[in-house]
Write a protein that binds this ligand. Sequence first.
Ligand SMILES: [Ca+2]
Ligand SMILES: [Ca+2]
Ligand SMILES: [Ca+2]
Length: 129
Amino acid sequence: MKKAVIRTLLVMGVVTGVSGISPSYADARAAAEAGSFCLYEHDDYKGGYFCINGSDVSLRKNYWVGTSRSVNNGASSMKNNTGYIVMLHDLEYFVGQYYLAKPGSSDKDLTNNSGNPSYDNKATSLEFR
Ligand SMILES: [Ca+2]
Ligand SMILES: [Ca+2]
Ligand SMILES: [Ca+2]
């Protein structure tokens, strides 16, 4: 009995060690992503995440969840789990160079795009259309 418990704990420790993410963090992120538009700090949906359900004129005072790092000029990948077109803009109040995310689309690398400009670490405001 005791051995089984220890073995279970060891397995859990290995799993956590491999992913580097606790199950509760993963659950919270999955819940936030559902039906929302999400930005990620790094390519491949890694690093901090930030999910939103409406337009925001400035991301300067928005932070990657659980951090004090601003979302502004930091997004490197995105998932659009909404039915809206979402336009990212380089400047506040929906101006400057933009990136258009179609409903239900995702992009694991905002640097290389077809039909959109290279857009790594640029998003400063975002607009639901
Ligand atoms: Ca980034
Ligand atoms: Ca910007
Ligand atoms: Ca891309």
